[in-house]
Every structure is written in structure tokens, then in C-alpha cells.
Design a protein around this ligand. Structure first.
Ligand code: NAD
Length: 338
């Protein structure tokens, strides 16, 4: 017992050190699109901080990177305030952590049998919010810090599979959320061409997507092979009957012309989520785009509403990350593009 007081200052020092490091890495990753450490290293440090804050609740702080989403919106862009926050996702790195998620959800909903899950690939790109009014694309924004993003409307308008006009029986006002990414093949081709022309190449497809989206000249974005998949709805006007499950809402989005991944699937048992994880992991390298895991969401919207949110993530979803495939690629002598 005697060593408790000595442990606390040691923990406080490490917490301060981790917060400083993670704040720097967040800025490099989200604001400069130029990470200096691999995601796996970031995730290790983040987890260490979560564990320390859990073990020492007196060290908790609203300023901690564990309580925040993303990074600051850049001043070069007009700022957009999100009508409902764009949050992050809790992560699981092992099966036991997925089991703990299922346990938490089951306990809170008090219903062990009746929980279906929507399983989706976790696309490795950049989150965007796209707003349609009377069917026309009127605004698009980055996630930013979750509350305030950057207005990137002109850039998103150049993405070929983002409809400028919705079709069918769409709501008067619809906010769609999803991921903009650069398909792997297009990313490789782009880099080959850039290298041959002596231009800057991208470090990875995620960096390519995020950097391309935040160009001040939309003509540059238009030349980048970007793609979009929707994964949820944000604000929707009440002139439309929305489906009662997440999966069916994604199908509704497709009827209005919005693209979704064809790997999305509903399962009724946690063991089926595990089978989905294994299946996608095995096929990871043959998919057209990079993914860093899968996302599992409680499918019923009523159950999602019951579960609610914590500060930076919904309680009804988890990102189950794949083992790190590669550490940060550093090609000596090659200038990377941001
Ligand atoms: P996240 O990537 O763990 O999860 C949230 C994001 O997942 C959403 O914002 C959305 O953009 C995306 N997503 C993809 N497919 C989705 C789907 N089907 N449904 C819902 N969302 C989907 O969280 P984050 O806050 O964006 O990023 C944190 C991660 O970024 C870290 O775990 C780390 O790997 C990486 N990161 C790395 C560094 C670094 O320096 N290398 C720094 C900061 C963050």
C-alpha cells in the first residue's frame, strides 16, 4: 500500500507525456495530412492513455485526446458547424474486446437474444458530411473536430459517384455521411504517373484521399481518382418515413442514388460478426479499397437510441481493427504529397 502515493506522480507524468505526444500526432495526421508514426504505434499509445485514465480517474480531463474527435478545421476553408456531431468510433483490437462490447450492449439493452448487427468494412479514407436540399447537393464538409468541419463543397462535387441531384422519393433535406477514399488500384496508378513525371507521390491511400479533399483548388481534386460510400444519415427532414433499422436506411439511401459498399450485411448473432471479421480479413487484399478493420453497429435504430453516446463515440458501434499490415512507408528521396 505504501507505494500508492509514489505510483500516482509516475502515472501523472506518463499521462502528461502521452497527451502531449498524441496531440502532436493528431495535428500531423488530421490537420497536416502528414503522419510521422504508423497508426499501430498511435493506437498503442492511445490505448495506454485510456488504460491509465481508467486506473487513475483523478487524472481524467476533458482536454485529453481520449475525449476528442479528429483535429481542428483549417482556417483556409469556411467553417461548417455540424447540426449533430460527427463522432469517432470505439476500437476493439482483439476478440475479447469485441466480446466486451457485446456484453456492454446486451447488459444495457437488457435483451440477450434480440440484437442484430450491421457489419460493414471500415473504409480507410476521410469522413464527409454531404447535405442535399430539395434533392440538390448544397454543401459538403469534413468531420474536423466533430463539431466544426471545413466546407469542401466544390471538391466533393468533383467526385464522380457522388450524385449532384438525388433521384426517387427523397426527403426535402437530407444529410448523408460517409467515407471518401482512393481505390487501391487508382492510388497505385496515380503514384506511378506522379513518380514518372517527377511529381510528389502520396504516402498511402488514406493520406491521398484526405489531402485531395482539402485542396483549395477544386480543379486539382477533380483530377484525383476519389470515390465515396455512404455509411449513415445525419439530419433528415420529417417529410420522409425512415426505415427502422440501420441496414434498411442504407438501402433507402441507395434508392435516392447514393452509393454504399456491397460488403454490408446484417447478422443476428455475435458469432456471425466474428465470421464476418474473418471473411473480410481473408479477402482484405483483394478488395478494391484499403480497409483497416470492420465496423459493427447495432442494427435497430430504437436500440441505438436507447444506447446513446459517450463523449467521442456511439455506444452502439465498434470498429474492430485488423492487425497492422504495414508500418508507415518511408521512401527515401521521394517527396510525399499532402
Ligand atoms: P476511427 O478511424 O477509429 O473511426 C471513425 C471513423 O471511421 C469515422 O469517422 C469514419 O470516417 C470511419 N469509417 C470508415 N468506415 C466506416 C463505416 N462503415 N461506418 C462508420 N464509420 C466508418 O477513428 P478516427 O477518429 O477517424 O481515427 C482514429 C484512428 O486514426 C486511430 O485509431 C489511428 O489508427 C489513426 N490515427 C493515426 C495517427 C498517426 O499519427 N498515425 C494520428 C491520429 C489518428
Amino acid at each position: 500500500f505504501d507505494d500508492q502515493p509514489a505510483l500516482q506522480p509516475k502515472a501523472a507524468l506518463r499521462v502528461a507525456e502521452l497527451r502531449e505526444l498524441l496531440t502532436r500526432y493528431n495535428r500531423e495526421y488530421y490537420e497536416l495530412d502528414q503522419p510521422s508514426v504508423p497508426d499501430a504505434e498511435y493506437d498503442r499509445l492511445f490505448r495506454e492513455l485510456v488504460d491509465l485514465e481508467h486506473a487513475h480517474p483523478e487524472l481524467k480531463s476533458d482536454d485529453s485526446p481520449t475525449q476528442k474527435v479528429g483535429g481542428q478545421a483549417l482556417d483556409a476553408f469556411t467553417q461548417v458547424t455540424h447540426e449533430t456531431p460527427m463522432l469517432s468510433l470505439d476500437n476493439a483490437f482483439a476478440e475479447t474486446e469485441f466480446d466486451a462490447f457485446v456484453h456492454r450492449v446486451t447488459e444495457r439493452l437488457d435483451s440477450a437474444s434480440d440484437i442484430a448487427f450491421c457489419c460493414e468494412p471500415k473504409l480507410d479514407g476521410a469522413a464527409v458530411s454531404i447535405l442535399y436540399e430539395d434533392g440538390s447537393l448544397v454543401r459538403a464538409a469534413t468531420r474536423g473536430d466533430g463539431q466544426t468541419g471545413e466546407d469542401i463543397t466544390a471538391n466533393v462535387r468533383t467526385i464522380r459517384n457522388v450524385p449532384l441531384q438525388l433521384s426517387g422519393n427523397f426527403p426535402r433535406r437530407l444529410e448523408v455521411r460517409g467515407e471518401v477514399f482512393m481505390p487501391t488500384h487508382a492510388f497505385e496508378q496515380y503514384n506511378e504517373r506522379a513518380l514518372a513525371a517527377g511529381e510528389k507521390v502520396f504516402a498511402n491511400p488514406r493520406n491521398a484521399a484526405a489531402g485531395s479533399l482539402r485542396q483549395l483548388d477544386s480543379h486539382i481534386t477533380a483530377k484525383r481518382p476519389l470515390h465515396f460510400y455512404a455509411y449513415s444519415m445525419g439530419v433528415v427532414s420529417d417529410d420522409c418515413d425512415l426505415a427502422a433499422t440501420h441496414f434498411d436506411r442504407l438501402q433507402q439511401l441507395t434508392t435516392w442514388g447514393l452509393p454504399i459498399s456491397n460488403e454490408v450485411k446484417v447478422v443476428s448473432k455475435p458469432t456471425d460478426c466474428k465470421a464476418y471479421y474473418e471473411d473480410i480479413l481473408n479477402r482484405r487484399n483483394s478488395l478494391r479499397y484499403e480497409i483497416d478493420g470492420i465496423v459493427l453497429k447495432v442494427n435497430s435504430i430504437a436500440q441505438q437510441d436507447d444506447l446513446g453516446f459517450v463523449s467521442r463515440a456511439p455506444r452502439w458501434a465498434i470498429a474492430w481493427k485488423f492487425p497492422a499490415q504495414e508500418e508507415l512507408t518511408i521512401i527515401r528521396g521521394v517527396d510525399f504529397q499532402v
